[in-house]
Write a protein that binds this ligand. Structure first.
Ligand SMILES: Nc1ncnc2c1ncn2[C@@H]1O[C@H](COP(=O)(O)OP(=O)(O)OP(=O)(O)O)[C@@H](O)[C@H]1O
Length: 577
C-alpha cells in the first residue's frame, strides 16, 4: 500500500492543506462550548441582553468560519483523492496492458477488473477520509480534554476515566467486527461473480433450463451474505447502546460533580454545560476515528491488491530487432523442437514440435479439442514464450524481435470473435488506421462479409454494439477476418475462426484467401477436415504432440489420427461414392 503513495506526490499541497483546514474547523468547534458558557454565566445570569446577542453573533461567526474551513478542507481532500485515484487507475491500466498473457492468466480477468474499478474507488475513499480525519479526530479528543481541564481540572478527571473505557469499548467492537467485515466482503465478491457469470451466460442458462439452479445458487449466496451482514450488524449495533450507557453514566456523574461544585461556588452553570459539550464532542470523534480505522483497513487491503499488480515485473523481455524486410526465400515460420508448459500447469501443452512453413504456403492444423492447436499458433506472434526450443519468424527467433514489429506482420483471428463498440469501419481500422474505402471493400470481399455489410444501413458506417452483439456469430467471425486482412499481413492465422460459417462460405473464404496473395503464409486451425484438406502442409496434433505432418493424401494413406478425424466427418462409403 505504501508504494502507492507516490501517486499522491503531485497533490502534496492539497494533502497538507486538507488536514490543516480540518484542524482549523476543529479549533473553532472547541471554542463553541466556552462561548456558550459565557452566554449562560455572564449574559443570561446578569440579564445582559446586549452581551447575549453579541455572543450569539460570535457563535454564528464561529459557525460560518468553521463551515468555510470545512468546505475548503473537503475541496482539497477531494482534489487530492480524485487526482490520486485517477493517476493510480491510469498506472494500473498501463500495467495491465503490459502484462503478458501468462501473467493475465495468473491473475484472472475478473479480479483485474475488480482491482481497476472498485478497489481503486475504495482506496480513493480511504484517502479522502484519511486526509480529513486523521489529524482532526485525535486533535478534537485531546483538545476537548485539555479544554475541559482549563474549565475545571477536578471535573475533567471524569474524562480521564471515561475516555479509556469508551476507547476500549469502541475499538474492541471495531477489532471484533473488522475480520467479520472481510468475510462480508468475500461474500459480496461471490455474489458479484455469480451475477456477472449469470448475466453474461444468460442465453446458455436459458437454453439448458438452468434458471432454477442459478436462482437457488444466487439465493444461497444471498442468504450467506445477509446472514454475515446481520451478524456483523448485531455486533456493531452494540456500539451505540453501550457507548451511550457509558456516556450517560459519565454525564450523570458530571452533572452531580458539577452541581456539587456549583453549590460550593467553584463552578458556574455555563461551565458545566461546556464540560457536557466537550464530553459529547469526544464521543462523536471517537466513533469517527473507529470508522476511519475500519475504512483505512479496507482501503489498505484494496491498496495491497492494486500494489500486487503494479509490482509485477515483465516476464518477457522485448527483443530489439525490427522485422522489416521479408524478402528472403527461407521459411516464413519454423518451429524447432518446441515445447510449452503453461505456468501453474503440471503437464505440457506442446511437446517437441518441429516443422517449417514456407512463404506463401497454407498450413492446416488439425486435432481434437485440447490437442494444442491454439497453443501452437499463439507462439507465432509471441503471445507466450516457449519453454524449450525456438520459434523463428522469417529466420529470426521471435524472442529477439521487437513484439510490435513482429505483430505488424502477423494477422491473427482468434477463436472468439471480439469486436468493439463503434462502426464497422472503426473496427476495421484496427488493422489499418489509414484505410480507404477500397481497402474496406477488398478485405470485406475476401472475408465473405461484403454481401451482408452492404445490406446493413449505412454499410461500413453501421454501428456495432458492445462485442458486436447486433451481428450473428458468423457475421462477427467474417468481420474479424476482414479486420486481420486489413493490415495485409505476411502471416495470417485463422484459429478456428470459420467455425460458425457454413461449408460453402468456408470454402469460398479459403479460396479467396488463397487467391489473395502468393506471398502470405496462412495457418488454418480447424477441427473440420474439409477446412484443412487443401492445405500445402497439414499438421496433426494429438495431446500436444505432432503425430502427423504432410499433405491430405499422404496423411490419409498413412496417419491413423488423421484417418480417424477424416472418416468421422466423411464416412468411407460417402468418400468413395
Ligand atoms: N492459458 C492457459 N493456461 C493453462 N493451460 C492452458 C491455457 N491454454 C490452454 N491450456 C491447456 O493447454 C492444452 C491445449 O489447449 P489449446 O487451447 O491449445 O487446445 P486446442 O487444440 O486449441 O483446443 P480447442 O480445439 O478446444 O480450442 C489444454 O490442455 C488446455 O487446458
Amino acid at each position: 500500500m505504501k508504494s502507492l503513495l507516490v501517486y499522491l506526490k503531485k497533490y502534496r499541497k492539497e494533502s497538507i492543506l486538507a488536514p490543516l483546514f480540518k484542524m482549523l474547523e476543529a479549533t473553532f468547534e472547541l471554542l463553541v462550548p466556552l462561548v456558550m458558557a459565557a452566554v449562560i454565566d455572564t449574559g443570561i445570569r446578569n440579564h445582559d441582553r446586549h452581551y447575549v446577542i453579541s455572543m450569539c453573533l460570535v457563535l454564528v461567526l464561529l459557525g460560518i468560519v468553521g463551515l468555510a474551513a470545512s468546505i475548503t478542507a473537503q475541496y482539497f481532500a477531494a482534489k487530492a483523492a480524485t487526482g490520486f485515484a485517477g493517476a493510480l487507475r491510469h498506472a494500473l491500466f498501463d500495467k495491465i496492458q503490459s502484462l503478458t498473457f501468462s501473467q493475465m492468466d495468473t491473475f484472472g480477468t475478473d479480479t483485474l477488473i475488480t482491482r481497476l474499478t472498485s478497489d481503486v474507488n475504495q482506496v480513493q475513499n480511504g484517502v479522502n477520509l484519511f486526509l480529513r480525519l486523521f489529524l482532526r479526530s485525535p486533535f478534537v479528543v485531546f483538545g476537548a480534554m485539555i479544554m475541559a481541564f482549563t474549565v475545571d481540572a477536578r471535573s475533567a478527571m471524569l474524562f480521564v476515566i471515561t475516555i479509556p473505557i469508551l476507547s476500549v469499548v469502541i475499538f474492541g467492537i471495531m477489532l471484533t467486527t473488522m475480520p467479520l467485515y472481510k468475510g462480508v466482503q468475500a461474500n459480496l465478491d461471490r455474489i458479484m461473480m455469480s451475477t456477472r457469470e449469470n448475466l453474461t451466460g444468460v442465453r446458455v442458462i436459458r437454453a439448458f433450463r438452468k434458471e432454477p439452479d442459478e436462482t437457488r445458487r444466487f439465493r444461497e449466496n444471498n442468504r450467506t451474505l445477509a446472514a454475515s451482514q446481520k451478524f456483523v450488524g448485531r455486533i456493531s449495533g452494540l456500539m451505540n447502546p453501550v457507548t451511550y450507557v457509558i456516556i450517560n453514566l459519565s454525564t450523570c456523574a458530571l452533572i452531580y460533580v458539577g452541581a456539587v461544585r456549583i453549590d460550593t461556588g467553584i463552578l458556574k452553570a455555563g461551565q458545566v454545560v461546556a464540560l457536557l459539550n466537550y464530553m459529547s464532542q469526544i464521543l462523536i470523534e471517537l466513533i469517527k476515528l473507529a470508522n476511519l480505522i475500519i475504512q483505512m483497513t479496507k482501503a489498505a487491503a484494496c491498496g495491497d491488491r492494486i500494489a500486487a499488480v503494479l509490482a509485477v515485473q515483465p516476464d518477457m523481455k522485448n527483443g530489439e530487432q525490427k522485422l522489416s524486410a521479408v524478402e528472403d526465400d527461407g521459411p516464413a515460420v519454423a518451429f524447432r523442437d518446441v515445447s510449452l508448459s503453461y505456468k501453474g500447469s503440471a503437464g505440457r501443452a506442446l511437446e517437441h514440435i518441429s516443422f517449417e512453413a514456407r512463404k506463401g504456403q497454407t498450413i492446416g492444423i488439425i486435432g481434437g479439442t485440447g490437442s494444442g492447436k491454439s497453443s501452437l499458433v499463439n507462439l507465432i506472434p509471441r503471445f507466450y514464450d516457449v519453454s524449450e526450443g525456438e520459434v523463428d519468424v522469417f529466420g529470426t527467433d521471435v524472442r529477439k524481435l521487437d513484439a510490435a514489429s513482429l505483430r505488424e506482420h502477423v494477422g491473427i483471428v482468434l477463436q472468439k470473435a471480439e469486436l468493439f463498440k463503434g462502426s464497422i469501419a472503426d473496427n476495421l481500422r484496427w488493422g489499418n488506421a489509414e484505410a480507404q474505402s477500397q481497402d474496406f471493400e477488398q478485405a470485406l470481399e475476401i472475408s465473405q462479409a461484403k454481401e451482408y455489410v452492404d445490406k446493413k444501413p449505412g454499410g461500413v458506417g453501421y454501428m456495432l454494439e458492445q462485442n458486436g452483439r447486433n451481428l450473428s456469430g458468423g457475421q462477427r467471425q467474417r468481420l474479424t477476418i476482414a479486420r486481420a486482412l486489413m493490415k495485409k499481413p505476411d502471416i495470417l492465422i485463422l484459429d478456428d475462426s470459420a467455425s460458425a460459417l457454413d461449408f460453402a462460405t468456408d470454402a469460398k473464404l479459403r479460396m479467396a484467401i488463397r487467391n489473395m496473395s502468393h506471398s502470405m503464409t496462412t495457418f488454418i486451425v480447424s477441427q473440420r477436415a474439409a477446412s484443412v484438406q487443401y492445405a500445402d502442409l497439414i499438421l496433426v496434433l494429438d495431446d500436444g504432440k505432432l503425430v502427423g505432418k504432410g499433405t491430405h493424401e499422404e496423411l490419409l494413406r498413412s496417419n491413423e489420427v488423421y484417418q480417424e478425424i477424416y472418416y468421422s466427418q466423411f464416412p468411407k462409403e460417402a468418400a468413395h461414392a
